[in-house]
Structures are given as C-alpha cells and as structure tokens.
Design a protein around this ligand. Structure first.
Ligand code: NAG
Ligand code: NAG
Ligand code: NAG
Ligand code: NAG
Ligand code: NAG
Ligand code: NAG
Ligand code: NAG
Ligand code: NAG
Ligand code: CU
Length: 632
C-alpha cells in the first residue's frame, strides 16, 4: 500500500501519470484461417488471435507474466524498438538476454517505458516463431499532445502469411537441397490479419494511421487511391510532415501517417497492399501479390472492383517517398566522427553441410551455450574480454558513450531490413542497388558521394539495405546492455545474419541485475546460466577456454566450386522429382513452392556459369561422396 502510494506521489511530483499495466499472457495454439484459404494452427495469447494490442503511456511500468502453454516449443517475447534502458534483461531474444521459456514455464517481463512514445510492436524472439502469429502491436501514448491534429488514431498491420508452420518450413529451407538459400514463398499477404477489409471512415476527417509490417520476410507497398499520406512518424520517431502517394514498408518497420478524407462521402476507394515481387525468387500463379481492400465513405455506394493481380502495373503508378530523406523533428544533428567502427561484409555462402548460410566477415551467428547477458553478469573482471563471448557469436564490445559507426556492405543480391536493438540509429549513408552481382558497391570513405552525410539524418531502428549496396549507421553507446543487430527477415536471421553488441559491460554489471526468475527459466530449459559462451568458469584459464562452444559448420572443401555444387544439387533434385510421389508422404515438410523456387534460381545461376569443365566434373564426384556421408 505504502509503496504504491509512494510511487503515486513520485509520479505526481514529476508531473506525469504513471501506472503499472499488468498482463497475464497464456501463449497457446489457436486454429485460424486469416486469409480464407487455409485453416491452420497459429500461436495466440489467452486463446485469442490476433494477439492483443498493448497500449500504455510513456513512463508506465509494464508487467507481463508470459506462460508458455505450447506443449512442443519454447517461446520468448521481444518488445521491438523499446530502449529497455536499465532493463536489458527484459529485451527478450533467447540466448542473448535470457533463456528460452520452455513449455509449462512462466517468465516475468517487468520494465518501465522510457522516454519514448509512438508505434512499436512485440513478437517472439525464438527462431522464426513470430511467423506463426505470436506478434502484436505495442503503442506508447505520449504525455503531451502530438504536434499534429487528428480526429482518430487507427492501427493497421501488414504481413506475409504462410500455410505451414515455421519449424517445418525451416527444415526445408536450411537444407542442402536448397543450396541457393531460396526463401520460402508466403501463400498470402494479410491486411490487418485479414483480407478484403472494408475500413469505414468519415468524410472531412483526419486519421492518424499507424501502419506496421509485422511480416516475416516480404516488404509491402501500400496506398489509398485518390488520397495521399502525410508521414509524421517512423519507428517511433516523429518526423517533419512529408506528403507521399504511397509507402514502402519493410518487415519490422512502422510508419505513422495522416490521412485526410474527402469533404463529402461521394464514393468509396481502393486501399491497396502489394507484396514486393522483387524479393521473391519465384511467384506461384495463385499468389495474390496485389490485394485490394477499401476505404468506405458510404457502404450503400458501390465498391470499386478488386485490382488485377499485376504487380508491375500497380507499382508503376506510385512513387513511395524515400525514408532516407525524412527529417526527425528532434534537433539531433549528425553525430561526430566515430570513436569505433564496425565494418561488416555480408555474404551468403554454402558451408560444408551444403546449407546456405548468411555470413558477416565469414562468420554466421551461432547462439552461445549461455545467454550472453548472463555471461556478462557472471564474468566479473573478464567481462571486457571479447573472447569469453565465443568465437561464433560475432560479438563486439562497445565503450560507454562512444560514437559507434556500423558500415554494412551487402555483397548479396537481396534486400535486407537491418534492426538494432536498444537504440535508434542515424542512417548517414545508403547506396543505390549495385547493378552487378559480382562487384557490389562497397562503402568507400574516399568517395565523395559516399560521405555526403545529411546534417540531420533520419533516425529509426530498422532500415533496408539495397541489393549489392551499403549502409552506414551511427549511434551513441549510451544504453548499457547486450543488443543484437540483425536482419529482420527471419529466414536470414536463422541463417546467421546477426552480430552481438556488448555495450559497456562494466556498467551493465554495476547498474543492472537479473531476478531469480531468469535462473529458474534457464534451469527448466536445461540451459546453463553461468560461465563463458561454452559454459566454462572459474580461473582465468577456464574463462578463456572455449572448448565445446557452439560453432558453425566447416567450410566446403576448396575443390568444390559453387557451380559444381549447384550442378550436383540440380541432378539430385531432378532425380528427387522423378521419385517425388514416393517421397511425398515420407517428407511432409517439403514445400513445393520452395522447390520450384530453388530449381528456377539454380537454373539461372547455372546459365550464368555455362557448362561444367572436367575439373568441375571431378569435384562433383567428391561432392557426391560427401552427400552420401551426410544423408541418412
Ligand atoms: C492461463 O492458463 C491457466 C492454466 O490453464 C489458467 O488457470 C489461467 O486462468 C489462464 N489465464 C488467462 C489470463 O487466460
Ligand atoms: C528449448 O530450448 C532448449 C535450450 O535451447 C532446447 O534444448 C530444447 O530442445 C528446446 N525445447 C523445445 C521443445 O524445442
Ligand atoms: C516489477 O518490478 C518492480 C520494481 O523492481 C517491483 O517493485 C515489482 O514488484 C515487480 N513486479 C512483479 C510482478 O514482480
Ligand atoms: C485494424 O484492426 C484494429 C484492431 O482490431 C482496429 O482497431 C483497426 O481499426 C483496424 N484498422 C483498419 C484500417 O481497419
Ligand atoms: C498527392 O501529392 C502529390 C505530390 O505531393 C500531388 O501532386 C497530388 O496532387 C496529391 N494528390 C492528392 C489526391 O492530394
Ligand atoms: C529545434 O531547433 C529550432 C531552431 O533552433 C527551434 O526553433 C526548435 O524549437 C527546436 N525544436 C525542438 C523540438 O527542440
Ligand atoms: C570487405 O571486402 C572488401 C572487398 O573485398 C575488402 O577490401 C575489405 O577488407 C573487407 N572488409 C572486411 C571487414 O573484411
Ligand atoms: C530438461 O531435461 C529434463 C531431464 O533430462 C527433461 O525431462 C526435460 O524435458 C528437459 N527440458 C527441456 C525444455 O528440454
Ligand atoms: Cu536478410
């Protein structure tokens, strides 16, 4: 009683209303059919799907008791975009800041919302589990009025949607029969977790529409015919109002826009969302890239017919505003020259098990045996030695308050939305897409065009890097904690596209703690909560001993050319198709769309390489023997 009274008093003195918002979330399966094409098991909360929107006020305390009622998988929750200042242990990614929450266990998320407001979301951070539906919105209302007027605040989610469960898809994706890493093709695009939505609106009004791409993979274009959007917020950061006819939103990004409706309710309009075809290796005939919904002024008036499913024609009509040009309302100017630079070359490569992995400077992220944050807490004076965090976690130690610059060269022909936990960063340079897969555009500080940094750069927490291009980001290391920086396209995250930033480890030790519930959760999950990345502790020799740590597969033997390897897989796949009917029932996980995509991609790669020469034929033979050893 006294305690709550004190809090109340304290909040009163600070002149803010702060409260505790407490939730009990039972995470369990629910059957749903959001696209009307296929009913499936999805992951919901308290028997409800879509999961509830969490809506709190700035400075509120948020308490969420998460009970895992999934009998066959672990879970976790991450609060995307929340800084978790002083509460890094509540950030959520499993094996980074906590142990996975095993079936039957309850984990307590308990944190206060920092000095931030706007549009955020929460999602599972266990594998690609959020693709099965465990994701929802997290809206923080500011304690002062927003700098623009509106009549109503409305949310809207966009997402791609799969008919299979993520773990089954993952098995065929991370597979030697998918050597090019062709991403699984979704079956639908959802609009507010549904399709063919009719949004009732009033004439002569202004809507503040918070649009969030909560998908797993594909960016979406979105627009309302006959109406413009005025962008006022991106990723929780207010920006100078910017008018545009449409938006391009990558997964995990949020855009807040104002929509001014027509003076009179004379007709209804299409509200279109379209999956970015360029991100797909293959477009199945029955995939609706272009989906039509409606803004309804008057439901008695006729609805325009749905658009034809013609992606190029649809996007040719629109011109989404480039987020690089947006200006935050905050008066932050460009950070000074960096104290520390992290330079990352990102490639997709096959390792010795034949699987395509995502590598940063040759290394994929492999989770350690002990959650990295628990290693920080346990390691005392060793916490400032990068070695204890493991040789395959892509870990970097940052010093308190230094300016950090991340240079990321995307040496891959795909688009990737990169997300930094615990911060918003300044996007200070971004190249166009490189034309040539064999010579990507690399960041070059001596190239004047590359270092034309804006005076007031865009701030956000998730940014798209163009194919074969680069991005340069800056942020201040003012938030002690262990933070992931990763591709939010979760298929790529599972291929290893992540680094671990260990920001001010001594400050983490001196100013933060974890409660007993963390250790209980680790015990229930059979995960060690003590020691270095390999679980060793004791003497300095033991702290620096990584024997038994988790590491990536060996590289492909040098004699294997990519071309030979791919030719091998094509042969195998065709053989495989020949006996597909026999395999069919035994391999319930094989996704036909994925296989078609693989074959298509393989063919185009082979065409580029031409035919095999004699040496390559030889490497095919040795590859075959490897294949025999690795298959069962
Ligand atoms: C969660 O599940 C438990 C056990 O099945 C039940 O007792 C509890 O009432 C549920 N809580 C909510 C919020 O649904
Ligand atoms: C949960 O996580 C633990 C630790 O990573 C793992 O050993 C276990 O197999 C997982 N459980 C399930 C049901 O996936
Ligand atoms: C959440 O944390 C606050 C501050 O440490 C504490 O007072 C409160 O009891 C915690 N809530 C729960 C449910 O444990
Ligand atoms: C989307 O769904 C939310 C939650 O049900 C609802 O409040 C909102 O109005 C919907 N948005 C649109 C554009 O239909
Ligand atoms: C939308 O904005 C563009 C440019 O900002 C402008 O040319 C166009 O007239 C606007 N359309 C509407 C319907 O307001
Ligand atoms: C930003 O700077 C301008 C000019 O210096 C000032 O007028 C404005 O109030 C500042 N805005 C904020 C949000 O501090
Ligand atoms: C990235 O690749 C370029 C070109 O091959 C090379 O010059 C540079 O050293 C690489 N950077 C890192 C960090 O490996
Ligand atoms: C942890 O180990 C125990 C005993 O070996 C086993 O019964 C339990 O299923 C394991 N839990 C997880 C989450 O793997
Ligand atoms: Cu990616």
């Amino acid at each position: 009683m006294t305690y709550f009274f004190l809090i109340y008093l304290l909040c009163g003195i600070l002149g803010v209303i702060c409260e505790t918002q407490e939730y009990h979330f039972n995470v369990s399966y629910v059957d749903k059919n959001p696209d009307g094409l296929h009913e499936r098991r999805v992951i919901g909360i308290n028997g409800q799907w879509p999961p509830p929107t969490i809506r709190v006020r700035k400075h509120d305390r948020v308490v969420i008791h998460v009970t895992n009622l999934l009998e066959d998988q672990n879970t976790s929750l991450h609060f995307h975009g929340l800084f978790q200042k002083g509460s890094n242990a509540m950030d959520g990614p499993e094996m980074v800041t906590q142990c996975p929450i095993p079936p039957g266990a309850t984990f307590l998320y308990n944190f206060t919302v920092d000095d931030q407001a706007g549009t955020y979301w929460y999602h599972s951070h266990s594998g690609a589990q959020y693709g099965d539906g465990l994701r929802g919105l997290f809206i923080i209302d500011d304690d002062k009025p927003l700098p623009f007027k509106y009549d109503e605040d409305v949310t809207l989610t966009l997402s791609d949607w799969y008919h299979n469960e993520n773990r089954a898809i993952m098995r065929s994706f991370l597979n030697k029969y998918n050597p090019t890493g062709a991403e699984p093709i979704p079956q639908s695009a959802l609009f507010n977790d549904s399709k063919n939505v009719e949004w009732q609106i009033a004439p002569d009004s202004t809507y503040f529409l918070r649009i969030v791409n909560i998908g797993l993979f594909v960016s979406q274009y979105v627009y309302i015919e006959g109406h413009n959007f005025t962008i006022v917020e991106v990723d929780g950061v207010l920006v100078e109002p910017q008018e545009t006819d449409s938006l391009y939103i990558a997964v995990a990004q949020r855009v807040g826009v104002l929509v001014h409706t027509k003076k009179h309710a004379e007709e209804n309009f299409r509200f279109v969302n379209a999956l970015d075809e360029e991100m797909l290796d293959f477009v199945p005939e029955d995939l609706e890239l272009v989906s039509t919904n409606w803004v309804v002024y008057d439901k008695d008036k006729k609805m325009p017919a749905p658009l034809k499913n013609d992606f190029s024609k649809t996007v040719a009509k629109i011109n989404p505003f480039d987020d690089y040009e947006l200006k935050p309302l905050r008066n932050d100017s460009l950070y000074n020259d960096p104290d520390y630079e992290i330079s990352l070359n990102f490639t997709m490569q096959n390792l010795g098990d034949g699987v395509s992995y995502a590598l940063f400077n040759g290394k994929k992220y492999v989770p350690p045996k002990v959650p990295t944050l628990l290693t920080v807490f346990d390691s005392g004076e060793y916490a400032n030695h990068n070695i204890i965090y493991g040789s395959n976690t892509n870990s970097f130690i940052l010093q308190k308050d230094e300016i950090v610059q991340i240079v990321l060269n995307n040496m891959d022909p795909g688009k990737h939305p990169f997300h930094l936990h615990g911060h918003v960063f300044q996007l200070i340079s971004r190249s166009e897409a490189g034309e040539d897969d064999d010579s990507p555009i690399l960041f070059d500080p001596s190239n004047k065009d590359h270092v034309q940094y804006p005076e007031k750069p865009l701030l956000r927490d998730t940014v798209m890097v163009n194919p074969n291009g680069f991005i340069v980001l800056r942020f201040k290391a003012d938030n002690p904690g262990v933070w992931l920086f990763h591709c939010h396209l979760d298929w790529h995250l599972e291929q290893g596209l992540a680094i671990t930033l260990i920001e001010a480890p001594s400050e983490i030790q001196s100013s933060q703690s974890v409660i007993e519930n963390h250790f209980e959760t680790c015990k229930l999950a059979n995960v060690s909560s003590k020691g270095n990345a390999a679980g060793h502790y004791g003497s300095s020799a033991q702290w620096f001993d990584l024997t038994g740590e988790n590491v990536q597969p060996e590289p492909l033997p040098e004699s294997f050319t990519m071309k030979g390897y791919i030719a091998f897989v094509i042969c195998t796949l065709f053989a495989f198709y020949g006996i597909y009917s026999i395999y069919h029932y035994g391999m319930e996980d094989v996704k036909t769309d994925t296989n078609k995509a693989v074959i298509q991609k393989l063919h185009s790669i082979l065409e580029k390489y031409g035919t095999l020469d004699e040496n390559e034929e030889t490497s095919l033979v040795s590859l075959n023997s490897i294949h025999d050893r690795t298959s069962h």
